[in-house]
Design a protein around this ligand. Structure first.
Ligand code: AMP
Ligand code: FE
Ligand code: FE
Ligand code: ZN
Length: 293
């Protein structure tokens, strides 16, 4: 049976493998299909296609930073992630919104670095942004690595736990896309929108399941059910919800290289769900590495 991992990050955002290295690692991990889903950018797509090992199929995608209703009356929107697959990367609204978000990400990380430096932490913007390619998406993990390199904390996880979590005085929020708009945008660009890790409770607030159902009306195609941060009971709840509402259920590692401990293929997607996802998309096709003679 085909082994399918539909959510990974490269150095185009906050992963530690270059897109080319990531394709090699995916083949080495025994994957038949891998999706590249960097935060708010498609900058890694071309390098990934160019480096595709024979027989490995690449689903080009991105993970969109969004704000969602929580489904609890009176509560402000909360940050969520939305996976977009196989959308046309030249779609005007997507190009504009991703570039706006990347600019915000950069500015906001500069502010975070400035606040920490002012408090005496040995961090500076040059180090934090040193390895970010053109069109890349800066994120807290870049700052976390700089803190590890400077000996302030022992690991990226510790950096988040101690200094970079959402309630930290150094944390600066972003004006993310509203999730309804993002679902519509991805769908209009011929892509398939899948709500990423909706019940990853360790990241902070999560949405009520009813929010996922409401998004079906905007074009939501699926829900990431199997994710390393999902508890068993939450997976069952989400699986039942996908069946009841005709949504695709996906599974993926959310691999970030050495920025997180989860290896590729830790969680996978059922081939039937994958086939249905590909059949729905009209933006760009899946690319498979050609056999070399
Ligand atoms: P940002 O996009 O800058 O808000 O940072 C969020 C990113 O940080 C997520 O996409 C994860 O890749 C990463 N992240 C969040 N929490 C943690 C954590 N506890 N340990 C390591 N990485 C994390
Ligand atoms: Fe990330
Ligand atoms: Fe995510
Ligand atoms: Zn992710």
């Amino acid at each position: 049976m085909a082994v399918i991992d539909l959510h990974t990050h490269s150095t185009a955002s906050d992963g530690t493998d270059s897109p080319a290295e990531l394709m090699g690692a995916a083949a080495a991990a025994g994957l038949d299909v891998v999706a590249l889903t960097d935060h708010d950018t498609t900058a890694g797509w071309d390098d990934a296609v160019a480096a595709l090992p024979a027989g490995l199929s690449l689903v080009r995608g991105a993970e969109f930073s969004c704000l969602s209703p929580t489904g609890r009356p009176g509560e402000p929107r909360c940050p969520v992630h939305l996976l977009g697959y196989l959308f046309d990367p030249r779609h005007e609204a997507i190009v504009a919104e991703q570039s706006r978000l990347r600019a915000e990400r950069t500015e906001r990380l500069h502010t975070m670095v400035g606040r920490m430096a002012a408090d005496g932490y040995p961090v500076d913007a040059d180090t934090v942004f040193a390895h970010l390619p053109a069109g890349g998406s800066a994120g807290r993990p870049h700052l976390a690595r700089a803190l590890v390199a400077a000996g302030v904390v022992g690991s990226v996880d510790a950096a988040f736990a101690d200094l970079l979590h959402d309630d930290s005085p150094y944390y600066v929020p972003r004006a993310d896309t509203t999730v309804e708009t993002a679902v519509e945008m991805i769908t209009a660009a011929g892509g398939v929108a899948v709500f990423a890790h909706p019940l990853a409770r360790r990241r902070g607030r999560v949405v009520e399941p009813a929010v996922l159902v409401d998004l079906v009306g905007y074009g939501l195609g699926g829900v990431e059910v199997d994710h390393p941060h999902h508890a068993a009971a939450d997976r069952e709840l989400l699986r039942t919800l996908t069946v009841a509402h005709g949504l695709l259920a996906t599974g993926s590692s959310d691999y970030h290289g050495t920025n997180k401990t989860t290896p590729l293929a830790e969680e996978t997607t059922d081939p039937q769900a994958y086939d249905a996802l590909v059949a729905r998309a009209t933006g760009v096709g899946v690319v498979t590495g050609a056999a070399t003679a």
